[in-house]
Ligand binder design. Structure first.
Ligand SMILES: Nc1ncnc2c1ncn2[C@@H]1O[C@H](COP(=O)(O)OP(=O)(O)OP(=O)(O)O)[C@@H](O)[C@H]1O
Length: 278
């Protein structure tokens, strides 16, 4: 059984056909990449999977269960975790506090018990902090545990955001441009981290990114969207060498696709991205 199945999903905003007849399947422990130019419908697809948008038609199934009509928080409870294109962290608190807060969705005690702070609550807080430290260590972020989020460089913010979502113990992790604002070397390291996370946490991953080398290196399967439709799909190498993908989005010679690291028009400048966030 697939972990995620998007079946014939379309969504229209007035006259804009943001997605048309999208089919997508994600198997257990797979890393699936989604590429495509600006406005292709990638984030809209994530919004349909996570429940921020309701498709005009079609369905979304998670481990065989039809979740098309379920609200966001129910999908989160089921194990669907997601990062955002513009970092979704609380800026004026520390990295550690962000990871602990993210886990509160999973805690057993109610808000009243949290305010009173009994022994069970303290033990639970300890457990959450321990887990947060474990994740930070795995992602080589333990050195910034006490740093204020707003003081971190953008590339690191993207990693902290992934850590915060991991803290909620997701089964399916949806990453929206985790490599944005990163240079080629940092993106390469991120790829290693994602492969390690899959191994350590057993998560299935769907990622949107413009860093084509990052996506093709870590993904088992890749979809390329264009104008709300699947332009092509397949093994990373097939998609990367697909003549239309090469010509339309990578702007490079099909014989030498490694030459480019990022679809140039889509690559956000690191500082600009950080300034927009902070
Ligand atoms: N809430 C909305 N209302 C109206 N139009 C929308 C809405 N959300 C998305 N769209 C439109 O749907 C299309 C797809 O947008 P989307 O953000 O999914 O593209 P994308 O592939 O994620 O692009 P990018 O790489 O720039 O993030 C665009 O034309 C966008 O303007």
């Amino acid at each position: 059984m697939s972990v995620l199945e998007v079946d014939n999903v379309s969504i229209h905003f007035g006259g804009v056909k943001a997605l048309q007849h999208i089919d997508l399947k994600v198997g257990e422990w797979e890393i699936v990449g989604i590429i495509g130019p600006n406005g292709a419908g990638k984030t809209t697809l994530f919004n349909c999977i996570t429940g921020f948008y309701s498709p005009t038609s079609g369905s979304v199934r998670y481990r065989g269960m039809d979740i098309t009509g379920k609200p966001v928080h129910e999908r989160t409870k089921l194990g669907i975790g997601r990062t955002f294109q513009n970092v979704g962290l609380v800026k004026n608190t520390t990295v550690l506090e962000n990871l602990v807060t993210a886990q509160h969705l999973e805690t057993d005690y109610d808000a009243f018990a949290g305010i009173l702070g009994g022994p069970a609550t303290f033990a639970e807080e300890r457990r959450l902090a321990d887990r947060a430290h474990q994740i930070l260590e795995l992602m080589n972020l333990d050195g910034v545990a006490q740093a204020r989020v707003a003081d971190l460089p953008y590339g690191m913010l993207k990693k902290v955001e992934i850590a915060a979502v991991l803290a909620t113990d997701p089964d399916l992790l949806l990453l929206d441009e985790p490599g944005s604002g990163m240079g080629p070397e940092e993106a390469h390291q991120l790829g290693d981290t994602l492969l390690e996370l899959r191994k350590q946490f057993g998560v299935t991953i769907v990622m949107i990114d413009h860093h084509v080398p990052l996506v093709t290196r870590v993904s088992d399967y890749v979809y390329c969207l264009n104008f709300g439709e699947v332009l092509t799909e397949g093994k990373p190498d097939e998609v990367r060498r697909h003549p239309e993908v090469v010509r339309a989005y990578l702007g490079e010679d099909p014989e030498e696709p490694e030459a480019s690291t990022v679809a140039a028009a889509d690559a956000p400048a690191t500082e600009q991205a950080r300034e927009e966030y902070v």
